[in-house]
Design a binder for this molecule. Structure first.
Ligand SMILES: [Zn+2]
Length: 208
């Protein structure tokens, strides 16, 4: 059964409101997308400037592989190029981007271009991970206001880290994805949990 644009837009809006409610995408921050059709590529994505706590299906547009709106009305998110790059390079069916407190803090906690998480049971919630001994290395990319120019750099980083379940943008937030919206939502919940654990542990260490 093929999903209609309206149904997918409804599911995306629900996931977006969930992220807002958890404090991961406050105000108009964050953006969310899901593949409607693979051929030709059609992506349902949030429009810019919408309060994520009030996100409705009508705030979602469908775009083609060039980012042009083909269904619905509004301006696609300013980070649309990144969503398209992740869909292309990872074969993702959904891409979620949050601006949480912990992802922002941890993205600035290391200067070496990546954040490593290991030894925690919740790592098993990530797709394909079967043990707490897993070592998750998330690349950290520098922030910019020109994602069209930065897209090739992001695609190169994704190619260099084929095992990564997401990446951080410094001082900005998290991108993760999944084969479908349900998997992407699970990944964001797991990663946000892991970030909070790491952030709180570091906080305790700082006080000592
Ligand atoms: Zn953002």
């Amino acid at each position: 059964m093929t999903t209609t644009f309206e149904t997918l837009a409804g599911h995306l809006a629900e996931v977006g409101r969930h992220c807002y409610e958890r404090g991961w995408a406050l105000g108009t921050s964050g953006n969310f997308s899901a593949v409607l059709r693979k051929d030709p590529l059609t992506l349902a994505i949030t429009t810019s400037g919408v309060d994520k706590g009030l996100l409705e299906a009508s705030d979602i547009v469908a775009i083609d592989a060039q980012g042009r709106v083909v269904q619905g009305s509004g301006t696609p998110s300013a980070e649309t190029t990144l969503h398209l790059a992740i869909v292309r390079s990872r074969g993702a069916g959904a891409v979620l981007h949050t601006h949480s407190v912990w992802s922002t803090i941890l993205s600035e906690a290391t200067g070496d271009g990546s954040l490593t998480i290991e030894g925690l049971e919740m790592l098993k919630g990530l797709t394909g991970v079967g043990t707490h001994a897993h070592r998750e290395k998330l690349p950290i990319v520098e922030n910019t206001q020109d994602w069209i120019a930065a897209a090739p750099r992001i695609e190169a980083i994704l190619r260099e880290h084929p095992e990564a379940h997401g990446f951080l943008i410094r001082g900005h937030g998290l991108y993760t994805w999944g084969k479908d919206l349900a998997e992407a939502k699970r990944q964001i919940e797991i990663l946000e949990f892991l970030f909070e654990v790491m952030g709180r542990k570091r906080g305790i260490a700082w006080q000592q």
